[in-house]
Design a protein around this ligand. Structure first.
Ligand SMILES: [Zn+2]
Ligand SMILES: [Zn+2]
Length: 317
């Protein structure tokens, strides 16, 4: 299958060799020291107005050799030089006698500073929203695998799921976590809707998939848009309505009725989360319509087999 093929010959060997460069405590300490705000004004909280406009304030912090060595616990010069050298070129770059992380170095440090021991990070709580199908209070669950899920405990409908770093979750109250998830859901679906992968910026293929059987239909009782990045293969399966939330006609309709969609929780909007809003007009070719109603006005968005908008109608009765 296309989605399961290898990324190219030799890639696993290159990846193993690259990761093995990181498998050393001293090297991780050097990377951490380079990622930390430096004495060159790179602390995002500490930039002056002027520095915001200088090109050298953009990009990762830099450190001189002596600053970098002082920021680590490695006393032995030979050992420090050896480990720094191993990182050079791949994770660390040297320019004008200063060291900085490469893009790959920033990614690796981000991964390393993500909470690796996740026992006890999980939590579960009642969300301040009801199931659009049965009215039960939705339940939010955050697992030790750093995965967030929002679903109905009574009828089983799933409303939202995504990975959220434990570091981010710990900075939030329960309500704050729901706000963060809602914000990311809007943002990431909005990027997918323009045909771009939110993870790697690759090109995205999309196709509408109708519920194949009763079992699947029970947890997600409506058509989904299967989005797949052709570069990194990251998938997403938004409802048709949630993929449309960034469309100007939809944003405009809600705005005209006093609703700022960016500040709503997608799981509270029937347009995005209820099967009652979606009508399958035809299955060959797939044609759907998604409907919203506010203050006596109806919005109907016609969608094709890729989830692209084919037409918009507004009707006031
Ligand atoms: Zn329910
Ligand atoms: Zn991608």
């Amino acid at each position: 299958m296309d989605g399961e093929r290898e990324d190219g010959e030799g890639r696993p060997a290159v990846a193993a060799a690259t990761f093995s460069l990181l498998a050393n405590e001293h090297r991780m300490a050097i990377m951490r020291a380079l990622a930390a705000p430096g004495e060159d004004g790179h602390d995002p909280a500490g930039l002056t107005d002027r520095q915001v406009y200088t090109a050298d304030a953009v990009g990762p912090p830099t450190k001189s050799y002596s600053e970098l060595k002082a920021a680590t616990d490695i006393r032995d010069n030979g050992q420090f030089n050896y480990h720094l050298n191993e990182l050079l070129g791949t994770f660390v770059r040297k320019a004008d006698d200063r060291y900085r992380l490469t893009w790959l170095g920033l990614l690796a440090d981000h991964m390393a500073s993500t909470k690796l021991e996740t026992d006890g990070v999980g939590r579960a709580f009642d969300a301040d929203a009801d199931c659009l199908a049965c009215g039960a209070t939705l339940r939010a669950v955050y697992t030790d695998e750093q995965f967030f899920e929002l679903s109905c405990p009574d009828c089983g409908i799933g409303y939202e799921q995504m990975h959220v770093a434990a570091r981010g979750v710990e900075s939030h109250t329960d309500a704050g976590l729901l706000r963060a998830v809602a914000s990311r859901a809007h943002h990431e679906r909005g990027i997918f809707a323009t045909g771009v992968c939110p993870r790697c910026s690759g090109s995205v293929e999309r196709r509408v998939v109708l519920p194949p059987d009763a079992d699947r239909a029970r947890t997600v009782p409506q058509p989904l848009v299967y989005c797949r990045c052709t570069a990194c293969h990251a998938p997403d399966f938004p409802t048709v309505g949630s993929l449309l939330l960034a469309h100007p006609a939809v944003v405009g309709f809600y705005h005209d009725h006093g609703v700022d969609l960016r500040r709503t929780r997608p799981w509270t909007l029937p347009f995005a989360a209820s099967d009652a809003a979606v009508t399958v007009e035809s299955s060959d070719p797939t044609r759907l319509s998604v409907r919203a109603r506010r203050d006596g006005e109806t919005l109907v968005v016609a969608v094709d087999e890729t989830g692209a908008v084919r037409g918009v109608e507004r009707d006031r009765q």
